[in-house]
Design a protein. Structure first.
Length: 316
């Protein structure tokens, strides 16, 4: 019993001695060593100025234009590797051409009537209302017809192409074509490019014809202009060059719509949201590019016209 009691009394002392024997951490600091330590501070990033924002926007624009240009260069050699299958090409022409006729006719028809309404009072002040036919027809076939038709088609066709190819991209169908040894540009882009190149000039001609017809009907039946003088001045001032320049613009516009729409579809990412973004970007980029290209084509067409005919004779 005495031994047990002695053990119980000495046990706490052993534990305390064990605790005291443990190494202690010195919480004191050395002022000499601490003087060499750098203070822990959060780095402050410089604020972006307006110049930085402009630089980033310009860089992104140049990168986008270059990427689209390289994509277009990839399409060109594929155009000479055979004609697309009729089972693919004909349905695309039907979707792009036939199903867009109603929209194009409505657009062209109202353009012709709006031109007649807006120009009648000004021409009447100059006692030249009988010459309205030349102005309406010239405006339609050279500028408003091709540009507005291409704008409508970029919204209807370009967005649809971008959404279709974007869906194939996010569901990895394009990667599946590559895995099978097929070229996605050859099988997906070339048929759509050729369909746009063929059908959009035809749709532009439909818009021009509809606008000329509705402008003539509104001018003669509503505004009371003599129909003979209307067509006389159309025949007098409108030449084949005007129709040709407008249709040439529509060929460029068709290529622009197809290239940009396919490019945005091929670069779509992020699921359903990315597909919607690609469709929106296809319309916006196509519309802006059409306006820019129309300006340069207009300048080139005028310079070429006066180069071929330095002194055009216009009889009054």
């Amino acid at each position: 019993m005495g031994a047990n009691l002695s053990r119980r009394e000495t046990a706490p002392e052993l534990q305390l001695s064990h605790i005291d024997a443990a190494p202690r951490h010195d919480v004191s600091f050395d002022p000499i060593m601490d003087s060499f330590k750098m203070p822990a501070t959060t780095p402050v990033l410089p604020r972006e100025s307006f110049v930085h924002l402009i630089g980033r926007a310009v860089t992104s624009l140049v990168q986008l234009v270059g990427d689209i240009g390289l994509f277009a260069l990839c399409i060109v050699p594929k155009l000479f590797r055979g004609v697309p299958s009729s089972r693919v090409f004909v349905p695309l022409c039907f979707q792009i051409g036939v199903r867009s006729v109603s929209v194009i006719m409505i657009t062209g028809g109202f353009i012709g009537m709006v031109l007649a309404v807006q120009s009648f009072n000004q021409f009447r002040l100059l006692h030249m209302e009988n010459r309205m036919g030349a102005m309406i027809t010239l405006s339609l076939v050279t500028e408003l017809g091709p540009v507005l038709a291409a704008t409508m088609l970029s919204g209807r066709i370009g967005s649809a192409i971008a959404a279709e190819l974007g869906t194939m991209k996010v569901t990895e169908q394009i990667e599946a074509l590559r895995a099978l040894g097929a070229n996605p540009v050859q099988h997906l882009v070339v048929p759509r490019f050729l369909a746009c190149l063929l059908m959009i000039p035809l749709l532009t001609a439909v818009a021009d014809a509809t606008g000329i017809l509705t402008g003539w009907l509104f001018s003669t039946e509503i505004l009371g202009i003599n129909g003979f003088h209307y067509w006389h001045h159309v025949n007098k001032f409108i030449t084949a060059w005007d129709f040709l320049s407008g249709l040439t613009k529509s060929i460029f516009f068709g290529a622009i719509i197809a290239i940009i729409a396919c490019h945005r579809g091929f670069h779509s990412e992020g699921g359903a949201e990315g597909v919607g973004r690609a469709a929106t970007e296809a319309f916006v980029y196509s519309f802006v590019t059409i306006l820019v290209v129309d300006f340069f084509l207009g300048v080139f067409s005028n310079n070429l016209y006066y180069l071929i005919w330095p002194n055009p004779l216009v009889t009054g």
